[in-house]
Design a protein around this ligand. Structure first.
Ligand SMILES: [Zn+2]
Length: 214
């Protein structure tokens, strides 16, 4: 079971390129639409956690104070419900984002390139998937100018990584505040290269675990 995680909502502030051409929420949904057929074609059952840009969040969890906390809680319960039905060991959650340089001030910056995150308490499978996606990103020439640790992924306790029951990775696909990255992110070539890196990395690990009986 492959569960694709879209990024943010149309209403989430600050999630776009300085010139407004790239909206992270829209871009991420587009790339999930590129990814879904790749995984379907390879025999996976595919779910996308939040295809709509402006879903009705009023329906549940009114006690969650902000729209973002409702959104994140909703995403996690979507993933964990699928884990309950199919078994968490048969599921993988891949969240698709674009990075931004701190302090995320709406200006152009120099940091560029692809990175993958897992939570600090991530499973071995999450770590293997993250490292393999990074390897494929490297082959796809998506490295950028930032140093990446020897293990090939970064650790951060993002809400959707920490609270989902199955293996989970979060891809920060280039920088939405780097001019060159934005051009590439908006191009067909860029969307294709990023989708292929994510698909190949995740598929290789899952296929490998199946054949070794894990
Ligand atoms: Zn994001």
């Amino acid at each position: 079971m492959l569960i694709l995680g879209t990024a943010h909502l149309a209403t989430t502030p600050g999630k776009c390129s300085p010139d407004g051409r790239l909206s992270e929420a829209v871009w991420s949904r587009e790339v999930c639409e590129w990814l879904a057929p790749l995984f379907l074609d390879a025999g996976y059952l595919v779910f996308i956690d939040y295809p709509d840009l402006q879903p009705n969040l009023q329906m549940r969890a009114d006690h969650w104070k902000t729209e973002q906390s409702r959104e994140l809680k909703w995403r996690v319960s979507f993933v964990n419900n699928i884990c309950k039905v199919y078994g968490r060991e048969r599921c993988l959650y891949v969240s698709v984002h674009c990075n931004a340089s701190p302090p995320n001030d709406g200006r152009w910056h120099e940091a560029s390139g692809f990175s993958v995150y897992v939570s600090r308490k991530a499973s071995e499978t999450s770590r293997k998937v993250a490292a393999k996606i990074w390897e494929k990103a490297l082959e796809g020439d998506l490295k950028g100018n930032r140093a990446v640790p020897g293990c090939r992924y970064l650790e951060a306790d993002f809400y959707v990584l920490r609270h989902t029951d199955c293996p989970a990775v979060l891809c920060e696909c280039l920088f939405q505040d780097n001019r060159r990255d934005v051009e590439y992110l908006l191009s067909l070539m860029g969307k294709g290269a990023i989708s292929r890196a994510i698909f190949r990395g995740a598929d290789e690990v899952i296929r490998g675990e199946k054949t070794t009986g894990k």
